[in-house]
Ligand binder design. Structure first.
Ligand code: ADP
Length: 217
């Protein structure tokens, strides 16, 4: 794979984080999750975290200017020179245009991977999601439960639910995706850089397909 900028597109619950993590490992490039950057900012109580907390917990988008600044800083760092994966950015057409400008400057080609998942499965995945605060392993109480109720199989830590994985915030996140982010599918399709994959399958099978596709890309 050439030095690529990879963008993962997909609704909340489509598995962007899981797949981005696996692909980043396979190619030895950084995985940049804007949701994770914001959650760390919220946990640390920084000015960014304080500004983003309310929007995130309600399942609404954080303003474009804030997100664009974060991403410009991050992909300008040395470890991104050989390629990187963006997970959760861009989420609006304005963010996509901003990213185009950044990539034109750096001369990096763009590939967009779109994870397609049935709506009823998205809700199920998000509602039951639990994460280990120690090792980061993700479970789902219905689809992929831990062996013992609510504790991590690896280290026994008590699993936690994300603050925005409640019914109402999930509805808002899915609506924000439909309204603001799904237009990016056409935006990238027209430019011939979109590759869609069936995200309803087992995570390992999806990762294998993505890695195979990118090796030839
Ligand atoms: P998911 O895709 O599961 O909804 P993420 O972890 O990517 O979750 O993001 C969590 C929240 O962080 C979003 O609902 C939103 O409030 C905020 N966020 C993350 N990335 C962006 C972005 N690029 N633009 C605006 N808000 C964002």
């Amino acid at each position: 794979m050439k030095s690529h900028a990879l963008v993962f597109l997909g609704a909340p619950g489509a598995g962007k984080g899981t797949q981005a993590h696996k692909v980043a490992e396979a190619f030895g490039i950084p995985h940049i999750s804007t949701g994770e950057i914001l959650r760390q900012a919220v946990a640390s109580g920084s000015a960014l975290g304080q500004a983003a907390k309310e929007k995130m917990e309600a399942g609404e988008l954080v303003p474009d200017e804030v997100m664009c600044r974060i991403v410009a800083d991050r992909i300008g760092q040395a470890d991104c020179a050989k390629g990187f994966i963006l997970d959760g950015f861009p989420r609006t057409v304005a963010q996509a245009r901003f990213l185009d400008g950044l990539l034109d400057q750096g001369g990096q080609p763009l590939q967009v991977l779109n994870l397609q998942v049935k709506p009823e499965l998205l809700m199920k995945r998000l509602r039951g999601r639990r994460t280990c605060p120690v090792c980061g392993t993700t479970y789902n109480l219905e689809l992929n439960p831990p062996a013992r109720n609510s504790v991590c199989d690896r280290d026994g830590a008590r699993l936690i639910a994300r603050a925005d994985d409640n019914e109402e915030a999930i509805r808002h996140r899915l609506a924000a995706y439909e309204r603001d982010t799904s237009p990016l599918i056409d935006y990238y399709k027209r430019r011939g850089v979109l590759h869609s994959v069936d995200g309803n399958r087992d995570p390992e099978a999806i990762a294998q397909e993505l890695v195979r596709f990118l090796r030839d890309a």
